[in-house]
Write a protein that binds this ligand. Sequence first.
Ligand code: OXD
Ligand code: MN
Length: 590
Amino acid sequence: MSTTTFGAKIPANPTLRAWVEEVAALTTPESIFWADGSEAEKQHLTEQAIRQGVLQELNQEKLPGCYYHRSNSNDVARVEQFTFICTPTKEEAGPTNNWAAPAEMYAKLRALLEGAMRGRTMYVVPYLMGPKGSPMTKVGVEITDSIYVVLNMRIMSRMGQVALDQLGQGSDFNRGLHSVLDCNPERRFISHFPQDNAIISVGSGYGGNVLLGKKCLALRIGSYLGRNQGWMAEHMLILCVESPAGEKTYVAAAFPSACGKTNFAMLIPPASFEGWKITTIGDDIAWMKPGADGRLYAINPEAGYFGVAPGTNLRSNPNAMATIARDTIYTNVALTPDGDVWWEGKDGEPPAQATDWKGAPWTPASREKAAHPNSRFTAPMGNNPVLAPEADDPAGVPISAIIFGGRRATTMPLVFQSFNWIHGVYLGATMGSEMTAAAAGTLGEVRRDPMAMLPFCGYNMGEYFHHWLSMRKQIGEPPQIFHVNWFRKGADDKFLWPGFGDNMRVLKWIVDRVRGRVAARETAIGWTPRYEDFEWRGLDYTREQFAELMKIDPTEWRRELMLQDELYLKLYERLPKELIFQRELLSSRM
Ligand code: OXD
Ligand code: MN
């Protein structure tokens, strides 16, 4: 077995070396490649990936440094049904996770991994989740047989020597083992062992299942570590609102997948907000820990964006379009004859001819989609024109407001503020998103997705709520908690709120609230804005329209309270009493 590195020496760390040797003995690769994260290495691996047909070079004049990847058509999304939390007891994983006994899962995976890398290269990828030198940052090492994973991890994390330097001789690192095997859904398991700080992912090559730093470490294992160590791992974007006077307010926001987190994190304020600026710290994940000054500090553990391509355009997110114009890996979008990429909802006319995500010829008359609805871009955050310099700050940023939101055609007004932390936790715990008309028969059905963490909480969700409640004691100056809904519709089935850049108007009210600059109206559901406290310049929006958007309809709310039953019953065993009381209080106020 040969061993290769680019520049970096094989680390002397005995724990790391012993683990790598153990995995090599099991999987028997032809060679081992220690990734160092250098430019020379990137060039070498990219060339190799092109030779192997894993990547295809895109038009380098239009898209410098950009490459294309097509995944197996059976392997295009996260697989929640094959995702396991392997804790000693089922109770610890809780009713919302798939559970397997650790010994059984280890045995099953060991059998699948035996000789799995024969004739292949085994890549050892050390990486940091979080800025270099931050006390909140964690070291992970992913062993993988996928060159695509190495090149993506390079974008999504601080990868290579920087991580080995932070690890030193330590043994505290997440062990991630990944093998594509034969990419057969019957042998696809995304398994987490929180007690061992370990992840084993087999049978998939799709990002969310295999870029182990992201959902697996930063959320599932992270949430478990956070509970034990007194911090929080959340499915939240982090942004900075900067006023014309240079006053900075940091906001974290949780929305379920496909509700526009990346767009919100890169928002461009309307022209009438002269001098106001939104900058991005993160678009998907926040790690938050109380600081010595009593505030809650957040870092973005990631270094890149793994975003959904369809629907991304110059109206929905101009900053994302600039971000993905170079150094980006595109997965499962459509290809045009001149080596450009295309997806449904991209600017301009659809190309007259293209190759779809499966590799078949496509024209606008085709019935199939050109790009897979979950096709992705992997782009370095350094490309983002509005990246906040704080994204690299080891100290993180103090969060003043936390926003929860979902896609709700009815019931939920544009914005309201919780009365206090416990009420805010209740808002997060009961948040949901409505199915769209596209899914026949389910219109209006609300899926509960507490804190947008349903697929990502690495332990019992009821305990997770307890953790949220108990964090209050450690935070002297807690963030204010808000709920937003950009998606409310009128009787004509049209959206009542323009969304996108105009969401800045909501953000400004939130900033004014947390800074004590504006009054609010007390209602049964929380504090709501008065029409006169919104900044309306540049938008023609009447008092009557605002009243409709903000309406609190007791009938809809009684239905909402009933719909929460589903979640309450499922989590009943561990549901904190505080949340039961919050629901009762709301019910009596209604
Ligand atoms: C993601 C997701 O990919 O939430 O970020 O599914
Ligand atoms: Mn996400």
